[in-house]
Design a protein around this ligand. Structure first.
Ligand code: SAM
Length: 226
């Protein structure tokens, strides 16, 4: 039987250029303090010492969006999953610069975090500019697929949000098709004008900025867990 989470094998790079001195220092000293425990369930109480709403960002890149959300909501707990070490170092710098006390990090596959969270424990999940894997033969690697999105559905509270951004037209169409089949989610867009509205709590990420420089559209989709 094929694994419904068949994207589990991680693709893409996990390290880029050698880390600069500060980044290496943060990886050595701050990361061990913020890393999610290596096994067992991941409750808010365990991660933050107290029950609180939880947000998860999948593939946070350099972490600027996650840091923005964490600074906005000091009473929430935020978990970021990202295999790319240089990106993790970027998030650690944000955490240090902004003195954030509500961020935990998993350097690796977001599926490993999702599987260990209690059902209905997340308030918001962000999936911003996921790798598009545009070739049809790589379509199974896209995070937006029934297996991973089904897992996200299980871990979101009723009424919780899955926020997806992409600047890739094919991924946009793919997302609309996959999400329409997911009975657990309702797309919140009500009119064509919704495309134009940029929520004040949704700043452009690095990838969104790059896309705009190239003249590409950036699409934002908000799905509510039924
Ligand atoms: C195109 S980048 C977008 C980064 C950032 N979200 C942004 O918008 O600037 C996609 C990111 O997702 C990460 N990624 C890919 N698969 C992942 C997975 N299964 N779990 C967590 N992160 C993943 C990659 O390492 C990469 O940093």
């Amino acid at each position: 039987m094929t694994d419904p989470l068949d994207i589990r094998r991680l693709y893409g790079r996990s390290q880029g250029h050698p880390l600069r001195e500060r980044a290496q220092g943060l990886v050595d000293t701050l990361l061990p303090k913020l890393e999610v425990p290596i096994d067992g369930g991941l409750t808010a109480e365990r991660l933050f010492g107290v029950a609180r709403p939880l947000g998860l960002e999948i593939g946070f890149g350099k972490g600027e969006h996650l840091a923005f959300q964490a600074a906005r909501r000091p009473d929430w707990g935020f978990i970021g999953a990202e295999p790319y070490l240089n990106g993790v170092a970027g998030l650690l710098a944000e955490v240090e610069d902004r003195a954030l006390a509500n961020v935990r990090v998993h350097r690796g596959d977001a599926l490993e975090v999702l599987e260990r969270l209690p059902d209905a424990s997340l308030s918001t999940v962000w999936l911003l500019h996921p790798d598009p894997w545009p070739k049809a033969r790589h379509a199974k690697r896209r995070f937006v697929n029934a297996g991973p999105i089904g897992l996200v559905a299980a871990k979101l509270k009723p009424g919780g949000e899955l926020r997806i951004a992409t600047d890739h037209p094919l991924y946009m169409r793919h997302t609309l098709v996959v999400m329409q089949r997911m009975q657990d989610f309702a797309w919140t867009a009500e009119s064509a004008a919704d495309w134009e509205i940029v929520p004040e709590d949704w700043p452009d990420t690095r990838f969104a900025q790059k896309a705009r420089v190239l003249g590409h559209d950036v699409w934002r989709l908000i799905y509510r867990r039924r």
